[in-house]
Design a protein around this ligand. Structure first.
Ligand SMILES: NC(=O)c1ccc[n+]([C@@H]2O[C@H](COP(=O)([O-])OP(=O)(O)OC[C@H]3O[C@@H](n4cnc5c(N)ncnc54)[C@H](OP(=O)(O)O)[C@@H]3O)[C@@H](O)[C@H]2O)c1
Length: 312
């Protein structure tokens, strides 16, 4: 009997799109579009993107669930998720490169004064600022995982003094390693540009709050490409308005799409993008998920299994 795999997205369109991609990729498994209320299909695996919890109530024989993204917060918070079900996440799958490009753009925007040059252009003025002094722009990357470690390396290669903060003080070549809550203060104090690439867990929610952001060097800049609930929005806005921070580039928000009346839309020192910093690439994603299913079926080890204790 062939392997049965249920595909469940947050909308019927998303479900259909991913179902098609997987059907096109292989005939070695049977893919079923999941819909709430349908009879259980006794699937072996689930491939999900922000799935409804009902999926896990209905499908009781799953051997593993594959998340179609790097961040698993929308799955791990489901009360219906069985405690013993392995959840796997995407590891890079083409996202790290996009993320590095996005973050370097954000850093250069502030260090090379592109906003000032845009103003000068509007004013019809030809004026050159002094060259950037890289040593004056220490960058700190929070989260040195599959994506964060590659982003940190790209920042090192661009010439900025770079530090990284992770749970375990993970080593990345050329990156000054800080680890755990005890070293968070020292990490923030030496950073002027802060790049957030942490997973969203109970330990990291609201971590970009007033107390922590205040520790950044004066004239600091925040780039949040992880998850909206990492940032306490009022605190970030206040520190920008008080002049301690000179601005922020934000890709993710507590509510998405960002509500029309949110102050971020019109703030002159905040730039926003609609959760596009690193998009899931279909071909690489399908290949990675199918390869891991193959390994699991052979009883071989796989990487990218979420630790229930750590939440990422
Ligand atoms: N905006 C977008 O388009 C987009 C796209 C993709 C991903 N993302 C976000 O990026 C996040 C990171 O992805 P990834 O694949 O790099 O994740 P990952 O491989 O799971 O790495 C997570 C990193 O965060 C560190 N960390 C976790 N909890 C921590 C804590 N409490 N204190 C200190 N460090 C902690 C880990 O430390 P250890 O190394 O010690 O374990 C690790 O270095 C995702 O969770 C997702 O939210 C956003």
């Amino acid at each position: 009997m062939s392997i049965r795999i249920v595909v469940a997205g947050n909308t019927p369109e998303v479900t259909r799109k991913w179902h098609e991609r997987f059907v096109r990729a292989t005939t070695a498994a049977q893919f079923i579009e999941w819909a709430e209320g349908q009879p259980p299909v006794d699937a072996d695996y689930a491939i999900v993107w922000r799935p409804p919890g009902a999926l896990f109530r209905q499908e009781r024989r799953l051997k593993a669930a594959f998340n179609l993204g790097a961040g698993v917060d929308s799955v791990m918070r489901l009360p219906e998720l069985p405690a013993e079900l392995p959840v796997l996440r995407l590891e890079d799958a083409g996202m790290a490169r996009q993320m590095a490009e996005y973050v370097l753009h954000g850093i250069a925007h502030v260090t090379r004064r592109f906003a000032d040059y845009a103003d000068l252009q509007q004013a019809g003025q030809w004026r050159q600022w002094p060259p950037v002094s890289y040593s004056e722009w220490p960058v700190g990357v929070m989260g040195l995982g599959a994506i964060g470690s590659q982003v940190a390396q790209a920042i090192v290669a661009a010439g900025y003094p770079t530090a990284g903060w992770s749970r375990s003080a993970r080593h990345v070549d050329g990156v000054h390693a800080f680890g755990g809550p005890d070293q968070l203060g020292a990490f923030l104090e030496r950073s002027r540009v802060l790049v957030n690439l942490l997973p969203l867990t109970p330990d990291t929610e609201n971590i970009l709050n007033r107390q922590n952001l205040k520790m950044l060097q004066s004239g600091g800049y925040v780039i949040n490409v992880a998850r909206g609930p990492h940032v306490v929005d009022e605190d970030l806005l206040a520190l920008i308005d008080e002049g301690h921070l000179q601005g922020a580039l934000l890709d993710v928000f507590r509510v998405e799409p960002l509500p029309a009346d949110h102050p971020y839309w019109k703030h002159p020192k905040i730039r926003i993008t609609p959760h596009v910093a690193a998009m899931t690439l279909e071909e690489e994603t399908v290949r990675q998920v199918l390869r891991k299913i193959e390994l699991l079926e052979q009883g071989r080890p796989v990487t990218g299994v979420v630790s229930r204790g750590r939440g990422y």
